[in-house]
Design a protein around this ligand. Structure first.
Ligand code: FE
Length: 319
């Protein structure tokens, strides 16, 4: 058959464009069911062998790890995909592939913070930030992945005291999206926000004046860059091949396409994510922030330590 079925957690306009381009090129129609990752995992599990899903698309390596551990994915070994993507972004177990990556960075108020005031995620617990930090809820996978990386790198005890310190310094109770945290800085409700990098690109290229102004009111800061530091936390958006994929050949063709230079250019210039393909350069806006060192933690750890991360959030009152 000339189709491929996606269960996708991605929520960005660029995806529709990618799938249309793929269909033009190959004649294969891409059908997309969108929901959050846990709902899609549940659906894959319940459907079992009868599942129509070919590919599971997420914005979090942790969820891909979870799906692989639940036996919902099959290993992929494909030379084209393998040469298309950066080695350090790959799944060491072979169950999923990266399509883009993103850093969970800090942005600071141009009016009230100086670059030299900032250094690491850990330093945000300093008293000087009391009442000044903005972040969304801990129910969000982006924050859970960040906390998982802190547990993996520093251990549970330090991760707990870090969480407590951040909660102590919150400008307000967590609410809203990453974009809303930046808007809150523009409105003077806080001075530092923890956000995914591409949202700043989306704000700076927005046609809505409120969003554009929010983007312009802040500067991007990559934490943990000093020589002895581990680098900024990153996560991938990635794809796993479903265990019972009925259109496996088409599914692999789509994975090859999405990691190709053509499709990677489409991603970076529309969603402001970083390319998984090292031959492609980020968009101009993203390049203007400079290069950064990324935390090279095995991305499966973002899934392995997820339950512990959630436990720490609950225990320390990060709502
Ligand atoms: Fe997002």
């Amino acid at each position: 058959s000339k189709e491929v079925n996606l269960y996708s957690q991605r929520h960005y306009a660029v995806d529709k464009l990618q799938y249309e381009n793929f269909q033009k090129l190959t004649g294969i129609k891409v059908n997309v069911i969108k929901a959050n990752a846990d709902e899609l995992i549940e659906r894959l599990k319940n459907e079992g062998e009868d599942s129509p899903a070919d590919l599971f698309v997420t914005v979090d390596a942790g969820k891909l790890y979870r799906a692989s551990k639940m036996g919902l994915l099959q290993k992929i070994s494909n030379k084209i995909i393998d040469t298309n993507v950066s080695p350090d972004l790959k799944d060491k177990n072979g169950y999923w592939i990266p399509i883009t990556y993103r850093a969970r960075i800090l942005v600071y108020s141009n009016q009230r913070v100086e670059k030299n005031d900032l250094s690491t995620y850990e330093e945000l617990v300093d008293e000087k930030w009391k009442g000044r930090i903005l972040a969304r809820s801990s129910s969000n996978a982006y924050n859970q992945a960040l906390m998982s990386s802190i547990v993996a790198n520093l251990g549970s005890d330090l991760a707990s005291s870090w969480s407590k310190g951040i909660v102590r310094n919150f400008a307000r109770d967590p609410k809203g999206s990453d974009r809303d945290q930046v808007k809150a800085i523009a409105a003077g409700q806080g001075d530092i926000a923890i956000v995914n990098s591409y949202y700043i690109g989306l704000l700076l290229s927005s046609e809505k004046e409120e969003e554009l102004n929010a983007g312009k009111s802040v500067t991007v800061f990559f934490p943990n860059q000093a020589e002895n530091e581990r680098g900024s936390h990153i996560n991938v958006s990635g794809i796993g091949l479903a265990k019972y994929s009925p259109n496996k050949e088409n599914a692999i063709k789509l994975m090859e396409y999405l990691t190709s230079e053509e499709a990677q250019n489409t991603y970076v210039n529309n969603s402001y994510e970083y390319p998984a393909n090292p031959n492609v350069t980020p968009s101009e806006i993203v390049q203007s922030w400079g290069t950064f060192k990324r935390d090279t933690l095995d991305l499966n750890m973002l899934g392995k330590y997820r339950d512990e991360a959630i436990r720490i959030f609950d225990k320390t009152g990060w709502k």
